[in-house]
Structure formats: C-alpha cells, structure tokens
Design a binder for this molecule. Structure first.
Ligand code: PLP
Length: 366
C-alpha cells in the first residue's frame, strides 16, 4: 500500500513506531491497560504545564467534536450563560452544539481572516453581566489563523469568566501554559499535534470547576463529570475504549518527549510552515491569513489564477505521494497545506519541487 504523506491537520502522518503499538490487543479491565490510561493522564498535565493538585485529565471516546460537545454538555448548567466566539467553522460548530443542547448561548462572529477583537468582546460583556463562561478556538483549523489566547484569557480573568478552549489543533504543537492562562477546560484530541491516531480526545480541566458540574449533562455518554469520576478511581474508562489508539497515543507522547517537548516541536512546525509559505509565495500562491496571525499548523492558500483546478492539482500531488486538504472558505477558492505530523524539511522540499513541476507542466509562470 502506498504511504501517503498527509498534509492534513489530523488524521496525520504518524511514525511506524506509533502505528506498531496497535498490533497488540489489550483488555480494558486489566491493570496494565488502566495504568496506561493513568500514565497518559499524568503526561498530558505535564504537556499543559499543569499540576495534579489543581488540574485533572479526562479522556473521552470519539473524535474531537464529541469531546467539545461533552464539555459544553457538562460545564454549562441551566443558570450559566456562555459567550462563544467564532471566526471559522469550528467556532460555528461549538455555537451549533450549544444551541442544539438549548444551553444559554450568545454567539459572536468575526470574519474568517481576522482575530477576535477584544474591545468588541469587552463591550458585549459590559452590556450584560449574566455571562459565566467564554468559549473559543485557539487555532482555527478552517483557515490556520491563531487566535490571541493571552488577551482573551486575560479578559476572562478580569470578567471572572470560566474559559473553555478548543485547542484541538494546537495543543502539543504550540506551548500553552494552562494554569498561567487560568483555563478551566482545554480540549484536544489524539490525532493532532501529539501525533497519535484518531479515536479519542481529552480535556484538561480545573478540578474546582469540574467538581461543580455534577448533573449538568443531559446526555449519558457525553457526561464528562461521570467519565471523570469513573476514570479517577483507577484509570478505567466508563465504556469500551479504543485500546489500540490509546496504546499508540502513549507511544506518541514518548516521541514528543524524545523530540525535546512542545517547544522543540513548535520550532519544527514553525520553521516548516515558514518555509512552505515563503516557497509558495515565490511561485504565485498567496496565503489567506496575514502573517502576524498565521499559526504554525496549517496554511490556507488562495488559487493562484482563474485557470487553476484544485482537483487536477490534488490528483497530481496524490500520485506523487502527498495528500493536500481542500479549502473551507465561503467566499474565495482556496486549499490548505497542513504541516503537523511526522513531516520534516526534506518532505517539504520535495513537496515544493513537485508543485514547481506541476506548474511547469501547466505552462504557468515559475
Ligand atoms: C480537528 C478539530 C476539531 C475536531 O474535529 P473532529 O473532526 O471531530 O475530530 C475541533 N476543533 C478544531 C479547531 C479542530 O482542528
């Protein structure tokens, strides 16, 4: 089978050593497996620079969205009011979830190529003092924009709001000091910057906040509080867990440590992202997001001209081992290049070389 390099923000290209951990079958009630779960929970605290005195980790079956939904289900009581910020599809998804659950939610939307304006947020919060929570996305994978986490968290501290952060596509790849930012719930999943395979996500939660959430959820499977209480006893998941995925994730964390931790991984991502953008600009591809807001995770490029056909380009690239990611903008034709996963400078040098060959073949300017 051909091994494609996935230039997508998860599922992504994993190492053979991560994949190999899935060749063994494991029992969910066995001590060895429960200890694996406990070790992962401990390691995730370290990655988030949090201590076990203040924070706890809950793992949850499903893709990342299931975990976002479980946090909204569990963290918000009938008395709470959440301000959900959006500048992309994942912010919009959170808004939709909260609305479907009939939580008390106020959405605030910004253009996809702009970061949330904290002055606008402050005005909303000043007009209405019923807000208890604020929820937002760190790296909006829709465009690759990186939202100003420090500014928004600082405002949340001033306004005494609990913070729900979708750090799905940034945690493990961008340093985040959870206690310093006073985040109440940080959400991420196995198949993003920690470079595992898909199947579960996790929440790093402030214990004093989660402790107050008993009975909030109107769903059994997505009740994060119950999942926590059960998992906290000895590492046993409530229902069947993705055992192979969990074992692979433990290995992925080991490899993050071997790489030198989050800071080093961030440098690799950042340097490769900068390389891609610089090289793409030279051959006529403009990034959609301003460089000051560009995340090191994924980049949206606009079509270089009117004759550009993404399907044709996609096919050409796939035949040569690279899988690109279609765009998600409403107004402008675009595509995306992700650079997280087990991908290195040489991979991107080859990528750029193939893109140049494609342009030569099409007779476009180089
Ligand atoms: C990947 C991702 C999610 C979760 O998506 P799933 O398809 O459910 O795994 C949520 N938010 C962001 C910002 C993401 O990048």
């Amino acid at each position: 089978m051909a091994q494609y390099k996935l230039l997508t923000p998860g599922p992504l290209t994993t190492t053979d050593t991560v994949k190999n951990k899935m060749l063994e079958d494991r029992c969910t009630w066995d001590d060895e497996y429960k200890n694996l779960t406990q070790a992962i929970r401990e390691k995730l605290l370290t990655i988030g620079m949090a201590s076990a005195r203040e924070y706890t980790v809950v793992l949850q079956q499903g893709s990342g969205s299931f975990v976002v939904e479980s946090v909204l289900q569990t963290a918000l009581s009938d008395e709470d009011h959440v301000l959900i910020i959006s500048n992309g599809a994942y912010g919009e998804r959170m808004i939709k979830m909260a609305q479907v659950m009939k939580k008390n939610v106020t959405p605030v939307c910004f253009p996809y190529n702009e970061t949330p304006d904290v002055n606008v947020l402050k005005k909303i919060l000043e007009r209405d003092d019923s807000f208890t929570h604020i929820a937002f996305v760190h790296c909006e994978t829709t465009t690759g924009i990186l939202n100003p986490i420090e500014e928004i968290c600082e405002m949340a501290i001033q306004k005494n709001l609990k913070v729900i952060l979708d750090a799905m596509s940034s945690f493990g790849g961008v340093p985040i000091n959870i206690p310093a930012l006073d985040i109440d719930y940080l959400i991420s999943s196995a198949n993003k910057c920690i470079q595992g395979v898909p199947g579960f996500g996790f929440v790093i939660a402030k214990q004093t906040s989660l402790e107050l959430c008993e009975g909030n959820a109107t769903s059994v499977s997505l009740d994060l509080y119950d999942q926590w209480k059960s998992m906290n006893i000895d590492g046993k998941w409530r229902f069947t867990s993705p055992t192979h995925v969990v074992a692979a994730f433990r290995q992925a964390i080991r490899e993050l440590e071997e790489e030198g931790g989050v800071e080093r991984r961030y440098q690799r991502y950042r340097s490769n992202n900068t390389y891609i953008i610089n090289e793409m600009k030279k051959i006529g591809f403009e990034p959609y997001v301003e460089s000051a807001f560009q995340s090191p995770i994924i980049t949206t490029f606009l079509y270089p001209n009117k004759t550009f056909e993404f399907q044709d380009f996609y096919k050409y690239m796939k035949e040569r081992g690279f899988v690109l990611y279609p765009g998600k903008l409403m107004d402008k034709p675009s595509f995306r290049i992700g650079n997280i996963g087990d991908l290195h400078r040489t991979d991107f040098e080859i990528l750029i070389k193939i893109i140049k060959e494609y342009q030569m073949m099409k007779g476009e300017e180089v």
